[in-house]
Design a protein around this ligand. Structure first.
Ligand code: C5P
Length: 219
């Protein structure tokens, strides 16, 4: 164990979607399966790290031994991530966190309206950006960017704006990339904005590539 590259390191991974309640029975969510996040968490364990996954609502399970904290909303994920962040060396934010949530949550089920129903939404906190502001010299912070257009520029923008060490870009335009698939196609940018393009691979293999890029920074 001691010979493993991440022995003695602590890591945190966010995974899955968040659900933002509209009323007691309805929510706003997204198609994230949690597969990519759990694949990364498993790989970090294999490399010797002590891993905590902050998981949104997902049926995904880890294959390795790790700590799991289940959350539902962006707000809950923010609190879980913020409380653990100071203790970890490596953070990978893989969750598809809702960017907006209903401004008020109805306490009773909303009845069917005559015509349209208008929901007012407010912004959620960008967890990754908030961690980026708190980041210290020896912490590594990795974010994801899922884009549909002008992918590379958006990804590079996020790297800089959110103070990341790496950003992993996956485009919805690539076949075999994205939400429910067992495969993904990624491009990684480092702080120097150097780009590495990877082939379409299983999410287990993609997780290895991402962790290899992290190991490169640590060395
Ligand atoms: O800006 P955008 O939402 O596209 O950035 C995606 C990255 O930010 C992902 O790593 C995602 O996990 C993270 N994120 C977050 N909290 C949010 C929104 C996104 O941690 N509220």
């Amino acid at each position: 164990k001691k010979s493993l590259p991440l022995f003695g390191k602590k890591a945190m991974v966010s995974a899955g979607p968040t659900y933002e309640a509209i009323d007691p029975v309805r929510f706003i969510g997204n198609h994230s399966s949690g597969k990519m996040g759990f694949a990364i968490a498993d790989e970090l364990v294999r490399l010797g790290a002590e891993v905590t996954v902050i998981a949104g609502p997902t049926a995904q399970k880890a294959t390795q031994t790790l700590k799991r904290i289940d959350v539902v909303s962006a707000e809950e994920m923010l609190h879980a991530c913020s409380s653990i962040f100071p203790e970890v060396d490596i953070t990978i934010m893989c969750a598809a966190v809702a960017d907006y949530r209903p401004k008020t949550v109805a306490t009773q089920k909303i009845k069917k309206q005559e015509n349209e129903l208008v929901l007012q939404l407010e912004k959620t906190v960008d967890i990754l950006a908030s961690l980026g502001r708190d980041k210290t010299e020896n912490q590594i912070l990795v974010g994801f960017a899922l884009e549909t257009n002008d992918e590379e520029n958006y990804a590079k923008g996020k790297l800089e704006k959110k103070n990341l060490d790496l950003v992993v870009l996956n485009s919805l335009n690539d076949k075999g990339a994205g939400f429910k698939a067992d495969t993904n196609k990624i491009t990684i940018f480092n702080k120097a904005l150097e780009r590495t393009i990877f082939e379409t691979k299983s999410k287990t293999e993609v997780a290895k590539d991402i962790c290899a890029a992290i190991l490169k920074i640590i060395k």
